[in-house]
Design a protein around this ligand. Structure first.
Ligand code: AMP
Length: 539
């Protein structure tokens, strides 16, 4: 498929180019809502809807380099908005629809977003913080019948007034494209900025790892709020003219198996927590399911335990290919894939053109079999371009031409990579990275809370769970009601996935002499292990 050198625009390649290649009448997206009603959108439809959105945004004075966000659950309008925003060379950020006010304020504020598309029920959260977002000029409501007030517009109105033809200007590889915020262990979330040239890696891995061709029917369960949802739920497959199933319902083993069967899905990309949930279900659901169309299953986001692969081999009669990547890498870097024997528990071997290394902190290579920092030779097409407004954090991730991923891993003598953990305190719960700092900040907003320390602890289902140590002000006592209040607060301010599973009331939070919370000590306390060297402990 021809991508012209001066036209790397993701929006263009996923829509207009597909029409030019003769795919205008092919189904690009079968949208299945939570009530199971189906609506098909062809590549021609995708082209016209995204063109309208591009024209509508231009009419609202959004232009090249401006940041625009989607804040929606999975729904067709989100895809049209994403592609339309990219067509005008504005940067498109996607916000997970569970985000609370603090999470929204951090992201919309840091990026200086000029506009956002959302729906009425979610807009309430934005309305409460709008006064703190001077750059945010307007909000588009997908379910707003009429413009509600100045700066709150109806999607139906702006789309009806916009033309469905749009001339996408030539877009270079370097032009900024997609923005996802990622959580670190300290400080605010960082805006990972990508460029239109990232499509080269996303397309290559969609072909070379997921094995998708024009004849496939593909389902990616990831939410578009995260990198898998944009790289492999939008860009990779549509750049190849592949038909995607997008499903608006939540987790339901029976419904999922029926979907795989009824839609004759050939390739399915999901995540370990969902697969572990399936493992707990009645086996009959799987033995009775007709999965004859299903060619391969892939997984990403957290370590995939060997038991899940063995379960799948036994009941689904297929392997599950685990793949490794992260927001910053933009595309799959180290995957298992058909043609390479799986070693259950390993994330596989590097994709063509990707050069990983296991390095010690001083930058020297460690021997095969030994644990070290998982690094990648800088320079692949979908490598992030910066952390928005935080060039120093970006630079700190690179040393001598190597990108330090923040993960630790080992390589075996046959070249397979094995994930060991994170080299920082970031918590991975159900495939979502959670910053302990963000949860601690939310906890400190609760009137009764004096100090807090948050850690991730092993969990059979979620991989890790969020555990909060909480010290109350002297005049308050721990209680079940207070636990509920704390959980609700974190859910409203950060997100429901950041809500602590365990809350442990304690008399003090261990800190070092410079006041840094010693999460290592809290973790050892929680697990009943030896905390190691505590010579710098203050409390
Ligand atoms: P995110 O940037 O939110 O996509 O999260 C990326 C992080 O999730 C990685 O740095 C890993 O810590 C973890 N991760 C992603 N895929 C895998 C995998 N296949 N195995 C183990 N950890 C993974």
């Amino acid at each position: 498929m021809l991508i012209q050198n001066d036209q790397f625009n993701i929006g263009h390649i996923c829509t207009q180019l597909q029409c030019e290649l003769g795919h205008a009448d092919r189904i690009a997206m079968r949208w299945i809502d939570a009530q199971n009603s189906r609506t098909d959108f062809t590549f021609g439809d995708l082209e016209r809807h995204s063109n309208r959105f591009a024209n509508a945004l231009s009419a609202l004075d959004v232009g090249k380099g401006d940041v625009f966000f989607t804040f929606l659950p999975k729904m067709p309008e989100q895809f049209f908005a994403f592609l339309g925003t990219l067509k005008i060379q504005a940067v498109c950020g996607t916000l997970f629809s569970n985000f609370g006010e603090d999470a929204l304020l951090d992201r919309l504020g840091d990026s200086g977003a000029v506009g956002i598309i959302t729906r009425k029920s979610l807009y309430k959260k934005v309305a409460r913080i709008r006064g703190k977002l001077p750059a945010l000029r307007f909000v588009i409501l997908v379910d707003g019948d009429d413009d509600q007030s100045a700066g709150v517009y109806s999607y139906a109105r702006i789309m009806a007034e916009a033309s469905d033809s749009f001339d996408t200007q030539p877009t270079s590889v370097e032009t900024p494209s997609v923005l996802h915020y990622t959580s670190g262990s300290t400080g605010k979330p960082k805006g990972v900025l990508h460029r239109h040239g990232s499509l080269v890696s996303q397309k290559a891995t969609t072909e070379g790892v997921l094995g998708l061709t024009e004849n496939d029917i593909y389902w990616c369960t990831a939410d578009q709020g995260w990198v898998t949802g944009t790289s492999y739920g939008i860009i990779g497959p549509w750049s190849l003219g592949v038909t995607q199933i997008h499903y608006g319902g939540g987790y339901d083993a029976q419904a999922w198996m029926e979907l795989l069967a009824a839609e004759k899905i050939t390739v399915w990309y999901s995540a370990p927590t969902a697969l572990r949930m399936l493992m707990r279900e009645d086996e009959r659901i799987f033995s009775e399911a007709d999965l004859s169309s299903l060619r391969s299953i892939f997984s990403v986001g957290e370590p995939l335990n060997p038991e899940v692969i063995l379960w799948s081999q036994r009941l689904l009669k297929r392997d599950i290919y685990d793949t490794w990547f992260q927001t910053e890498t933009g595309a799959i870097m180290i995957p298992n894939r058909p043609g390479i024997p799986i070693r259950p528990g390993s994330m596989g071997k590097p994709f063509e053109g990707i050069e990983p290394a296991i390095l010690a902190d001083d930058g020297t290579a460690v021997a095969d079999g030994e644990q070290g920092n998982l690094c990648l030779k800088a320079g692949w097409p979908s490598m992030f371009v910066t952390y928005l407004n935080n060039e120093s954090a970006y630079n700190s991730k690179f040393k001598n031409g190597w990108y330090y991923t923040g993960d630790t891993a080992r390589r075996d003598s046959d070249g397979y990579y094995w994930f060991m953990g994170r080299s920082d305190d970031v918590i991975n719960t159900a495939g979502h990275l959670i910053s302990p700092f963000e949860v601690e900040s939310a906890l400190l907003e609760v009137e009764e809370v004096a100090e807090s320390g948050v850690i991730g602890a092993p969990d059979e289902l979620l991989f890790e769970k969020v555990v909060a140590f909480v010290q109350l002000h002297d005049r308050y006592q721990p209680s079940k009601d207070l636990e509920i209040k704390i959980r609700l607060h974190v859910s409203n301010r950060a997100s429901s996935i950041a809500t602590p599973q365990d809350i442990i009331f304690c008399d003090g939070i261990p800190k070092n002499k410079s006041g840094k919370i010693m999460r290592r000590v809290l973790k050892a306390r929680y697990l009943g292990e030896d905390p190691g060297d505590t010579s710098t402990l203050e409390i």
